[in-house]
Design a protein around this ligand. Structure first.
Ligand code: P6P
Length: 331
């Protein structure tokens, strides 16, 4: 990528996502517009899901769907609704050859073999929180296909290491909805303005503080933490750090991105590889964290270096302020 392409996209706060995407595209001399359209398609689906979440309490679409996903977790109605929304938007957009989704056991082949891109997505992470009005989020990764265009999608297209992502981000359905993403040239956040129906640039070139004093972990599992983790958490408490754990990954991650902090979902006897999924949860947030100056590890290695072996594999996840992740994982 040329020097110009590495330069940050500078647009004034208040610019809308569309204009930012176009500016971003100009910086990529080989860009042909498909990636731009793909990011627009994700933002559009996010607006639709945001509307449904905001009405959830009234429209009787909360609660369990009555089925389990491939993880054996009870699907919520909105999990299924969000999965359908994103799949439809990406299918219509025409830029995506296949999707890996938390809500589907197998690759969703969009029968579009000439499309360049692969999407990995958690359509609605933390959805069980919707019934109690807690923020939830969508997490997405974008990869280029590695198998020849025109041929059927292969497993190698979807089992790519996180460092191969060409873009990643999340949509936070919180007190305000936000679209936060990176294409490898820094991280930018856009806040949804309902009166305009637009995501507006509100957080330019987001950087996570190198140090923080917030730690996010489910201490209800503390009887099962290994010694190095126990020791690190005691260090946090000796320093009177704040324990903040919403139980919704995107919400915890976003707060730590802005204020500094570390989110940890460790391995325990019940979840020997941790709970979070590498391909459609950890990789995207690891790319955002690193692009914002932070770090993401599985406790031993960089998340983005891990070569996935299966679609729904789990990894222990330490993500956030660089020095906090280094200290938590040096044990
Ligand atoms: P626990 C939600 O199910 C989720 O995937 C993340 O959003 C959240 O951080 C974590 O699991 C909560 O898991 O075991 O602490 O309830």
């Amino acid at each position: 990528m040329g020097k110009a392409e590495k330069s940050r996209i500078a647009l004034p706060v208040g610019s809308n996502l569309d204009r930012f995407i176009m500016k971003n595209q100009e910086a990529f001399k080989y860009a042909t517009g498909e990636l731009s359209q793909l990011i627009r398609d994700l933002a559009y689906a996010g607006k639709v899901v945001n509307r449904e979440i905001n009405r959830a309490g009234l429209a009787d679409i909360t609660g369990a769907y009555g089925a389990e996903n491939v993880q054996g977790e009870d699907q919520q109605n909105l999990d299924v609704a969000a999965d359908i929304r994103f799949t439809r938007a990406l299918q219509k957009g025409g830029e995506v050859a296949a999707i890996v989704s938390e809500e589907n056991a197998d690759i969703i082949d969009l029968n579009n073999p000439r499309a360049k891109y692969i999407i990995a997505i958690d359509p609605l992470d933390g959805s069980s929180n919707i019934d109690v009005n807690v923020s939830v989020g969508t997490i997405f990764s974008i990869y280029r296909r590695v198998s020849p265009l025109g041929s059927p999608v292969q497993m190698e297209d979807v089992l790519q290491a996180g460092k191969e992502q060409i873009a990643a981000g999340y949509i936070l359905y919180g007190s305000s909805a936000m679209f936060v993403y990176t294409t490898g040239k820094g991280v930018n956040g856009f806040t949804y303005e309902p009166s305009l129906g637009e995501f507006i640039l509100s957080h330019q070139n987001m950087k996570i503080p190198k140090e923080g004093n917030i730690f996010s972990i489910n201490e209800g599992l503390s009887n099962h933490f290994d010694e190095p983790l126990e020791a690190y958490l005691n260090l946090c408490k000796d320093r009177s750090y704040s324990a903040r754990y919403i139980g919704s990954l995107v919400a915890d991650f976003h707060r730590n991105l802005l204020k500094g902090g570390i989110y940890i979902y460790p391995r325990t006897p019940k979840v020997p590889n941790g709970k979070l999924r590498l391909i459609y949860e950890c990789n995207a947030l690891a790319m955002v964290a690193e692009q914002a100056g932070g770090s993401a590890s599985d406790g031993k290695q960089r998340i983005l270096d891990i070569q996935p072996k299966s679609l729904h594999e789990r990894v222990p996840f330490y993500v956030g302020s660089k020095r906090m992740v280094e200290e938590a994982t040096m044990g």
